[in-house]
Write a protein that binds this ligand. Structure first.
Ligand code: GN1
Ligand code: MG
Length: 370
């Protein structure tokens, strides 16, 4: 029963009204998220309650510290532009002790937000227009935070998109073979070894200064954007747990690998998996329309590299977790992580086949910007 999971927690937040019911929002792979309904007179107030995964986020106070700064920055910008921040930025609900985190008796961390109503977070993008809106939302997020001082942010997961370090950790997992699964996945291991250098390219370009460090979201799945249910327009970027210094290629690449795939992230039939070019173009259009003017040519020309690196990174993360015995991502079966890893590899193969097409698309956009 969901109520039993949260009944000790909800009295510790400043929710208005009396508790009616709760349901679980199951789309996240890491934290547990609940939608709460309260009655306040004739009104129904909705809230989001989240249990922060301590295995993934070693310092939840820092995660929430980042969110406080980032949402305040976004809110101030909206107010400056005479826009109503109500449905446009996440709003944390304080605990009864006026903290943005409640630590329960077991040392578990919880936080709460106002629930943004009549909005959709898309696990699957059905239409290119939706993908364009997702692109606009993440482009706008970049734009809004372009003048945010990166040094104010904690690195909530150190080296999150450092694929070179992740590769070394992956090799360590092979050596440790915690779940005894290495033998079953020789082909997949070889695939990742073959892609080792490509995976490290963004990190290398950041190190040499060829790519700038920006404030990035780092988890730009389509379901981390809310679209207005009535108009279909982008409202708000959510899941700010991994907002950190990074490269714009991370945000671009992760969004495409998730939202522009022809199949779900955990599709078992790899024959169904490919890159939808129409959705890729739509996202790119939305993203560039918002970031127009401040992304460098060095960044724009490498957008396709972002897709390759992020798809490969996720393949490696899922496979590493399979090998480790499913310690990090939530799974619905013993092979879930392996299925996810294979799906990402299938997608990467198609992205590689389309490299010429992707490069041409990018160059056309750059021409249009001039
Ligand atoms: C996790 O929990 P969720 O779905 O927002 C993960 C992302 C992965 C994603 C893959 C902190 O995000 O990095 O890309 O799963 N978040 C973390 O679906 O590791
Ligand atoms: Mg999420």
């Amino acid at each position: 029963m969901i109520y039993n999971e949260i009944k000790g927690i909800v009295p510790h937040f400043q929710f208005e009204g009396s508790y009616l019911r709760a349901s679980e929002i199951a789309s996240g792979n890491v934290n547990n998220t609940y939608r709460l309904e309260y009655a306040l007179g004739n009104l129904h107030k909705l809230y989001t309650l989240q249990h922060i995964n301590k295995y993934v986020f070693k310092n939840p106070m820092e995660v929430v510290g980042n969110i406080v700064c980032v949402t305040e920055h976004i809110r101030n910008k909206l107010v400056e532009q005479n826009e109503d921040p109500l449905r446009r930025v996440l709003e944390l609900i304080p605990s009864v002790d006026n903290q943005y985190v409640y630590v329960d008796e077991d040392g578990e961390y919880w936080r709460a937000y106002t629930f943004i109503e009549e909005a959709d977070a898309l696990d699957i993008v059905n239409h290119p227009d939706q993908m364009e809106e997702v692109g606009r939302a993440f482009g706008n997020f970049q734009k809004t935070l372009a003048d945010f001082d990166v040094s104010r942010l904690y690195e909530t997961i150190p080296n999150f998109h450092n694929t070179t370090k992740r590769f070394y950790r992956f090799v360590r997992s092979l050596d440790e073979n915690l779940a005894g699964r290495v033998k079953e996945v020789e082909d997949e291991i070889e695939f990742l070894f073959d892609h080792r250098r490509m995976m490290g390219e963004i990190g290398h370009l950041l190190d040499t200064g060829d790519l700038p460090v920006r404030v990035t979201h780092n988890d730009t799945k389509s379901n981390n954007v809310l679209l207005d249910s009535a108009t279909g327009k982008a409202l708000c970027v959510i899941d700010l747990d991994t907002v950190m210094p990074g490269s714009v290629l991370y945000d671009y690449g992760d969004a495409i690998r998730f939202g522009a795939s022809t199949a779900a992230e955990d599709e078992e039939d790899t024959g169904k998996i490919g890159l939808d070019m129409e959705k890729t173009r739509a996202f790119t259009r939305g993203f560039i329309s918002e970031t127009n003017g401040f992304l460098s040519d060095a960044e724009l020309i490498r957008l396709p590299l972002g897709i390759k690196v992020l798809t490969c990174e996720l393949a490696m993360r899922f496979l590493a977790d399979y090998i480790d015995g499913d310690l990090y991502f939530k799974v619905n079966s013993p092979t879930h992580n392996l299925i996810r890893a294979r799906a990402q590899m299938a997608l990467l193969r198609d992205v590689e086949r389309r490299e010429g097409e992707l490069q041409k698309m990018t160059e056309d956009y750059i021409q249009n910007l001039r």
